[in-house]
Design a protein around this ligand. Sequence first.
Ligand code: A3P
Length: 295
Amino acid sequence: IEEKFQDLTQETRDLISSLPSEKGWLVSQMYQFQGRWHTQALLQGLLQCQKHFEAKDSDIILVTNPKSGTTWLKALVFALINRNQFPVSSGNHPLLVTNPHLLIPFLEGVYYESPNFDFSELPSPRLMNTHISLLSLPESVKSSSCKIVYCCRNPKDMFVSLWHFGKKLAPEETADYPIEKAYWYASLENPNKVLFVTYEELKKQTGDTIKRIAEFLGCGFIEAEEVRGIVKLCSFESLSSLEANREGKLPNGVETKAFFRKGEVGGWRDTLSESLAEEIDRTMEEKFQGSGLKF
Ligand code: A3P
């Protein structure tokens, strides 16, 4: 995908010309900034976000690497925090008619599309998502008491998921800096601020993980029936069969069905050769060594 230089602000153009760059796979060129590789568009969104986003103590920010379960986490937390306004068992839940990405803003995406977007207009608690690394988060996110839920996924499944998604289009970034490691340490150092969950545990124990998220977010008591309702409403089978997710499009043109492929753990075995899987294992070993983080 060719990104258009003329769509960028002068500030991004100036910065880009000073950054290390490499030919990209999904987009023509990638740029290294604060330890990670970015597309032009998401780099501009990130810069705007760093400059303008003011976190509030009541904010909830969902952080993931692309293809790590963002859509699922968005659906789960949306259902959880809005369960009084939208009972999960009601037949007219917003998630039944709207793709999760249209219900929860993607910070750097919104800032790229609308540099002057006013996040202060969103009702409280504001629920947002981002792929920004811990290092690059706007200062106010770190200094406020806002909550971060970080979800990571086995890098081999994430890689395969990204590869299939990329074939369907979409300018996304490939991760070089191990974002997982930074959030993992942040969650250990400050467990009230950052909750670390994995796609794999969400798959294995969806209900228990929702309860952990609810406790972390201070959502109060949640009935077992409600937890079951959220699990069912947000399941791969349920979300992927809805018209809003089969037929819809995001404002940037990405088809909503691209976010629902297989939703499995360990599916990388169908796509990766043994030697490529071993290479990824070696890189993971090197990057996560000594962190205590296991996939
Ligand atoms: P696969 O490509 O392995 O199937 P993201 O939302 O971060 O873009 O991640 C997309 C991945 O999450 C895809 O993985 C997709 O199928 C999976 N996914 C989407 N919705 C899901 C759900 N409700 N439950 C489980 N997995 C889901």
